[in-house]
Each structure stands twice: as C-alpha cells, then as structure tokens.
Ligand binder design. Structure first.
Ligand SMILES: [Zn+2]
Length: 214
C-alpha cells in the first residue's frame, strides 16, 4: 500500500491534488476543488459555479482548500460567505472540506456552533496548540498533519500523540518533500508501523466520505 497524500499541490504525489484555479483535472487522478480565501474576488459567486461543476466529478474527493485567513485575502465577511457556500456544496455531496485556516480558529468554532449539519472538515496543516484541537472534537473536525511533524516538539507532533486515531490524515501541502517522510515521522511519534498508519487513514477517509479511496 502506498502512502496517501491527503492534500498536495504536487500532481506527482499520490493523493488529493489541490486543483489550481486555472487548471482542469484529468479524469482519473483524485483532486479537490475550491476557492482559496487568498484569491477570493468580488465575483466569487461566479467562481463558485465552476467549483460546483468540477465537484460533480467522482474523482473530486473534497471541496477546498477553502476557509479563513486573517493575514491575507478580502474582508472576513466575504471569506465567511464563500466558506459557508462551499460547506453547503460539500454537505450536499457528502464529501469533506479541506480547511485553510490562519489566525481564525474562533471563526471555525463559530461556524460549527451555528450549523446543525456541517460537512466533515479536515483542518489541513494543523500546527496549533493541543487545547485548541480538543475544543473541536465535539464536531466533525479532522486533522491533517504535514511537515510540522518533522519537529518532534511542534504543536502538531504533540497533538498527534493525543488525537483520536480516527481523526488523523497526512499531507505534504506545498512542501518539497515526499509523503513517505511524513508517515515515517508519524510512525516514530505514535510508535505504530507505517503500513498500519497507511491503512488507518484510508479507512478514516472512507468512514466520512461518500467518495471512497480505492
Ligand atoms: Zn495547500
């Protein structure tokens, strides 16, 4: 079994390729489609139509990355509206959201508290303090761990140790390293064989999505 990369900008990694807005997906590889908060424009509702069309393809496994960023992008009210619209699409299709979130944990929590049936949300590149993660466990929130696991003292490494194992995923994002190195780091932290982690995360995915990883 290969190491599955749950969020990558590198088309050559085996996993879910984050589709750039100016690209079209091929018909076989898995991808995610969404409106990144950095690039939201006035006409985001038109951009959303394209995402909706793409998301009808069976190999579109998730909506995203999308979410909130207090350091970059348009006003928070636009980010919220675009996120909620995309979350609705994910919920309709019964597929997860890949969440980008920078300095906006409170906005995610507020969204979850105000929505009865949120889609599963995979917080990508998790590297915040473990107590902030604990606050999310009562909701369908999952944690995707990336290069921060290479530092044994990072928040990511500390949370991975405590996180329920059915909430974990692994990713390279835009880091120029192979996905195997992330699984190997996780294997050392959790004292579990890599092969066992590979199976775990694919099972995790197949539990929460109508579109399965084969
Ligand atoms: Zn990314």
């Amino acid at each position: 079994m290969q190491s599955f990369d749950f969020h990558t900008h590198d088309l050559s990694s085996t996993g879910i390729w984050n589709l750039p807005s100016d690209e079209t997906p091929n018909s076989v590889g898995y991808f995610s489609a969404g409106l990144h908060p950095w690039f939201l424009e006035e006409n985001w509702k038109e951009q959303l139509q394209k995402v909706k069309t793409l998301s009808k393809q069976d190999n579109c496994l998730a909506i995203g990355e999308c979410g909130f960023d207090r350091l970059r992008g348009p006003s928070i009210s636009i980010q919220q509206a675009a996120f909620e619209a995309q979350a609705e699409t994910a919920e309709e299709l019964d597929i997860p959201i890949i969440l980008h979130c920078v300095k906006a944990h409170d906005l995610v929590l507020a969204y979850l508290k105000n929505h009865k049936n949120p889609p599963s949300i995979i917080w990508h590149g998790w590297n915040l303090k473990p107590h902030l993660a604990s606050q999310l466990l009562e909701f369908p929130v999952y944690f995707s761990f990336g290069k921060a696991l290479l530092n044994a003292n990072s928040n990511a490494s500390n949370w991975l140790k405590a996180c329920p194992s059915d909430r974990i995923f692994f990713e390279t994002d835009d880091a120029s390293l192979g996905i195997d190195s992330i699984y190997e780091a996780a294997s050392l932290i959790l004292v579990r064989p890599v092969e066992n982690l590979r199976k775990q995360v694919v099972e995790n995915w197949n539990q929460i999505s109508s579109r399965k990883i084969k």
